[in-house]
Design a protein around this ligand. Structure first.
Ligand code: BGC
Length: 753
């Protein structure tokens, strides 16, 4: 590595540091900066939000003001995570990541605080717009795309918020009480995927507790799982203010406290001096910080400018790719541009394109749908229809809108959630649009049935009073600064919609599986639904939904054929893999992109499992009439579940069904495979039940042989059914079938196998 003014050798610096200097490195110097060590040429580097655009505050000497939104430098506001997830395109995320890194390099910013990859447990989470999906596989793949994009340009990321940060209510204190199996199968896999595939420079630990232990003090999370199991080699930074006890946090694996708190380094020094803390811990934490600074300091020497025009164009392409077409009766879309158009809704003129809080970007420019429509159509009438921040019905605005709608050939109404409804810091209390918008919509429908609604929202909403009124329904999400022009690209057919939902639209909030346990109380939230969040829950409970996970229409149609699965490797040595291929044909007359979704089901499992789970997907771009074979590779994990009993991933032998689907409820083709695997039962013990002994070939043989007790009871199937779930130890204490000495002998024999 060539030497630059800021380069230094980590180990050499480390060996020259005093304990006090090492401790000082483990807290920032300001809100957004690491601590420099000037005497040894270690610079400070800057870290800053956030996931879909930079929120870097200029250095005014005070280091910025955290969530103070004023004064952040202009930056391209790309579509929020909720939007871009609908693209199902890691490749697009990668390009956005590269663009974010270019903007970071232009302002000498070394680490971008994102992406946020928490699971959408409840539609009410105020920060859902910052997260990708209710599905861990999809979130993990998208995270890899954006992280690889950013890091390929020499800028770091902070993947957040690790872990189980799924609500804003009481977020600094609440304990997410969640089973190990749900953690392993739902809340951790996206992090695991991005760590093992991309080695993010940093991971940000969350504010909340997991089963009573704060993430910043959670040795199991930060050391056992993240580093020892997954092989993470980067730095763990706290969420801003998530360090509650400095010494336990350092011991648990927290490298860098942000922002700094007064006296924190001294606490570490005192703990070392008093013998409470091994100095090696402080050395390791300081090494992690120095390693990060060494990686990120080249950015300080750059004099680059970002191509903001190109980034705006990318933001527009990305926003259009994120649009999900939900309904298109009578092919009302795409709109013929010779129609007389009524454009209704303040959002057409004043777009809502991002959420509030630490991710809020100061955009470089803003496209409005009204401008884009006015440019595309010869005759456009606009009426605001409602006041965005006023949920009450406004008769004057509504009357004006109805008049405009009556006089038009087609009406496009821009509805959505006001900014005050969803933000970092608090959760929603309901999923409805404001009454003013719903009332207006019913009147628009009566005035003109040729009605299209475009939605702007960062999380799902109840659509029962929307869908029936409209011929066209377009989910545009919070699509970033170019969302206005992008959605018009879709409305007029310049872009064929290809977005697919990364989260289910339930019929009602009450249908959501977490509903009875959200947001908890008394400092605890029980994740009582276990694995069954999102479509896993709706499917298991056989509940109707408004629009299923994976759903999305196009202006063309696609057909799947010739689903093939070939299996290689073996479960026993951990190499099981399957290659799934399916021929996709564009059967319509427009070019378009399709997302083939591959789900796996295990119909024979002894453990409860979701009906189906997404385990692969592929985007294909096809001209009309063209076909392509989409290929998806599944690894052993795709067939596994987490056994709490065995404390590891297991695959059960037997039949698995592989499905190629248009969405999680529209399966186009399926085929079965049979997988051979070692038995997954726990070793037999005195606490194993009679049934478990009988189900085990060796245990069954021992009992049936009568070598260690009477077998009379086994001749009575009804009796076996009644006492079959008694542990053997209980049967022995009752003297039923065998006594304690005989059980001991049976155990000795079974353990010899
Ligand atoms: C948020 C993080 C953010 C940090 C810095 C926290 O309140 O939870 O997502 O990166 O502030 O702004």
């Amino acid at each position: 590595m060539s030497s630059t003014p800021h380069s230094f050798e980590v180990e050499s610096v480390l060996s020259q540091l005093s304990l006090e200097e090492k401790a000082s490195l483990t807290s920032g110097s300001h809100f957004w900066y690491t601590q420099p060590i000037e005497r040894l040429g270690v610079p400070r580097i800057m870290v800053s939000d956030g996931p879909h655009g930079l929120r870097a505050q200029p250095d005014t000497g005070d280091g910025g003001d955290h969530v103070g939104l004023g004064g952040s430098l202009p930056a391209t506001c790309f579509p929020t995570a909720a939007a871009i997830a609908s693209s199902w395109s890691p490749a697009l995320l990668r390009r956005i990541g590269e663009a974010l890194a270019e903007e970071a390099r232009a302002i000498n910013l070394s680490v971008i605080l994102g992406p946020g990859i928490n699971m959408k447990r409840s539609p009410l989470c105020g920060r859902n717009f910052e997260y990708f999906s209710e599905d861990p596989f999809l979130a993990g793949e998208l995270a890899v795309g954006i992280v690889d994009g950013i890091q390929s340009r020499g800028v770091g990321v902070s993947v957040k918020h690790f872990a189980a940060n799924n609500q804003e209510t009481d977020r600094l204190r609440v304990s997410a009480d969640v089973s190990m199996r749900a953690l392993r199968e739902i809340y951790l896999p996206a992090f695991e995927r991005v760590v093992t595939a991309s080695q993010p420079w940093t991971i940000m630990c969350s504010y909340n507790k997991i089963n009573g232990v704060s993430s910043s003090e959670n040795t199991w999370l930060l050391t056992d799982v993240l580093r020892d199991e997954w092989g993470f080699r980067g730095l763990v930074v706290s969420d801003w203010g998530a360090v509650y006890h400095r010494v336990p946090a350092a011991k648990a694996g927290l490298d860098l406290e942000m922002p700094p708190t007064a006296g924190s380094p001294a606490e570490l020094v005192d703990a070392v001096r008093s013998g409470e803390l091994d100095e090696q811990v402080v050395t390791d934490r300081a090494r992690a910080v120095l390693t990060l600074v060494a990686k990120g300091s080249h950015v300080l020497e750059l004099h680059e400018t970002a191509d903001l025009d190109a980034h705006h164009a990318l933001a527009r392409e990305a926003a259009a790719t994120s649009v999900v077409l939900l309904k298109n009766d009578d092919n009302i879309l795409p709109l013929a541009t010779d129609r007389r158009l009524a454009v209704i809704g303040e959002f057409a003129r004043t777009p809502r394109f991002q959420g509030a809080g630490s991710s809020q970007v100061n955009p470089t420019r803003i496209d409005t749908a009204l401008d884009a429509l006015t440019a595309a159509f010869p005759e456009v009438t606009f009426a605001a229809g409602f006041g965005v921040d006023d949920p009450a019905h406004d008769d004057v605005l509504a009357d004006e809108a109805v008049t405009a709608a009556s006089a038009a050939d087609v009406v496009v109404a821009f509805l959505g959630l006001p900014g005050s409804y969803e933000s970092e810091g608090f959760d929603r209390t309901h999923m409805r649009l404001p009454e003013s918008q719903l009332g207006l919509l019913a009147r628009l429908r009566a005035a003109n049935p040729h009605l299209v609604v475009v939605l702007a929202n960062g999380s799902t909403i109840e659509l029962g009073q929307v869908t029936p009124h409209v011929k066209g329904l377009v989910e545009a999400w919070l699509g970033g600064q170019a969302s206005g022009s992008a959605v018009v690209d879709v409305l007029i057919g310049a872009v064929n919609p290809s977005g697919h939902l990364a989260e289910t639209f339930p019929l009602r909030l009450e249908d959501n599986p977490s509903h009875l346990n959200f947001p908890g109380d008394s400092g605890h939230v029980s994740y009582g639904e276990g694995l069954y969040i999102g479509y896993r829950g709706y499917d298991k409970a056989a509940r109707g939904v408004a629009f299923p996970f994976g759903y999305g229409m196009s202006y063309t149609t696609f057909d799947y054929d010739d689903l093939q699965v070939s299996v290689t490797g073996s479960v026993a040595d951990g190499t099981l893999a399957a290659t799934v291929s399916v021929a996709v044909t564009n059967t319509g007359d427009a070019a378009g992109a399709d997302v083939v979704q591959i789900y796996v089901r295990d119909p024979e499992s002894t453990a409860g499992r979701p009906v189906r789970e997404l385990k692969g997907f592929a985007r294909v771009d096809l001209q009309p009439g063209a076909s392509e074979t989409a290929t998806v590779r599944l690894d052993q994990r795709a067939f596994s579940y987490w056994s709490d009993l065995l404390d590891r991933w297991v695959v059960e032998a037997g039949e698995f069904v592989i499905e190629a689907a248009y969405d999680s409820r529209t399966i186009a083709a399926s085929t079965s495979i049979t997988i051979d695997a070692p038995p997954v039962a726990a070793p037999l013990s005195a606490e194993s039940t009679l049934q478990e002994w009988l189900a085990d070939p060796r245990g069954g043989e021992i009992l049936r042989s009568g070598r260690h007790g009477t077998v009379a009871i086994l001749a009575d199937p009804e009796m076996v059914a009644v006492i079959g779930n008694f542990p053997m130890s209980a049967l022995a204490s009752f003297g039923m079938s065998l006594d304690k000495a005989q059980l001991a002998a049976a155990l000795a024999e079974v353990s010899q196998q």
